[in-house]
Design a protein around this ligand. Structure first.
Ligand SMILES: Cc1ncc(COP(=O)(O)O)c(C=O)c1O
Length: 363
């Protein structure tokens, strides 16, 4: 947003951002109220233990507060993860969020990628992951962890809890950490491993309050795991990394059950409509999604970079996924926003596709 605003010489508020997938209804109205109240606390350091927020999260997930660590967005926890869990060799299911590999690269760790297949609409490669762990000889370059994003970004695919439990079982037998990034799982609670994670001491679940609760500018995320793992995260994190407004806003947002329900109802409706219209665009393949974005493959001959540049010039930001390992050069990710914004994007996409088609015929 900021880079595009500088480049285009336009105020950020004039851009429509389909590249970050944030709840289009915005934060709970209660968040605005607590932010106003938080003003009198900004002259104090924030609570480094995020005590109240951890208590509320513990109660919500029926865990102990010792099982939870709050970070400056889940990105901070991803950064600490390889050191906290002593992971030197991580298996990552691709195509996926680039920060997992970036975090391993910062500690000089090794990655084994496992790829979901386009012909299977990028269904999560659970069988492949299980086989890889089962077959691996323990002493030859041992695998310390498996990371799966569920629902996955950018593909939108989510696997069933039974599949996650099967993977958790194999990982436990092979003494490997299983890390599930559930940054977008608020949109598909029936696909979350978190409610059953307490029985698996080697499972770490990451959650973000950025997406569903629409607080990306405040940076709040958390990890849930057994207390020794959580303590290892905490020892490596700087103090006061979650500011006072972030802590108060997160608490207010998760307590506003009415806004949560309204957001889920809105997303179910608009995602269905937007998905239908996208799928009717000539030559585009739209993957099924459990999150608040669509992974779309443009028709053969098109390049994701070209449409991204074109739309950027029109003030519409989309995610070019052509360089994401495991995705092809025609892949883009589009957030589901409010109906007017989505319709505007559809019109721009449709114009561009018609233009491409004419160029193709004349060539
Ligand atoms: C899949 C996934 N996980 C985690 C994050 C990090 O989110 P945050 O640091 O805002 O909590 C992102 C951000 O884009 C993401 O897409």
């Amino acid at each position: 947003m900021y880079a595009a605003s500088r480049e285009l010489g336009r105020d950020v508020r004039c851009l429509i951002d389909f590249s970050a997938s944030i709840n289009p209804l915005g934060p709970s109205p209660r968040v605005w109220r607590v932010i106003a109240e938080a003003r009198r606390l900004i002259t104090h350091y924030p609570d480094p233990d995020c005590w109240e927020l951890r208590q509320a999260l513990a109660q919500y997930w029926q865990r102990q507060a010792e099982d939870i660590v709050v970070g400056n967005g889940s990105t901070e926890l991803l950064d600490v993860l390889p050191r906290a869990l002593k992971i030197r060799h991580l298996v990552i299911a691709h195509p996926t969020f680039s920060e997992y590999a970036a975090s391993m690269a910062r500690v000089g760790g090794r990655i084994t990628p496992v790829y979901a297949k386009a012909r299977e609409q990028y269904a999560q490669p659970i069988e492949h992951l299980c086989r890889l762990l089962e077959r691996r000889r323990r002493n030859a370059d041992p695998i310390d962890g498996v990371l799966l994003c569920n629902p996955n970004s950018p593909t939108g695919q989510a696997c069933a809890v039974d599949d996650l439990l099967r993977l958790a079982d194999v990982a436990q037998r092979r003494k490997v950490w299983l890390i599930i990034d559930e940054a977008f799982a608020d949109y598909c609670p029936d696909r979350s491993l978190l409610p059953s994670a307490a029985s698996w001491p080697h499972v770490v679940v990451l959650r973000s309050l950025t997406k569903f609760y629409a607080l990306p500018g405040l940076r709040v995320g958390y990890a849930v795991a057994e207390p020794a793992a959580i303590e290892a995260f905490r020892r490596l994190m700087p103090p006061w990394s979650v500011n006072v407004m972030g802590q108060m806003a997160a608490l207010a947002a998760m307590r506003d059950v009415a806004h949560v329900r309204k957001s889920l109802r809105f997303m179910a409706r608009e995602r269905e409509r937007f998905g239908r219209v996208l799928a009717a665009l000539p030559g585009c393949s739209v993957m099924p999604t459990s999150a608040n974005y669509f992974f779309v493959e443009l028709p053969p001959g098109c390049h994701a970079r070209d449409i991204t540049t074109q739309l950027r010039g029109e003030g519409l930001l989309i995610r070019d996924c052509s360089t994401v390992p495991g995705a092809n050069s025609r892949s883009i990710r589009l957030a589901v926003r409010a109906q007017n914004d989505n319709d505007r994007l559809i019109r721009a996409l449709s114009r561009w596709l018609r233009h491409q088609y004419r160029e193709y015929q004349n060539s």
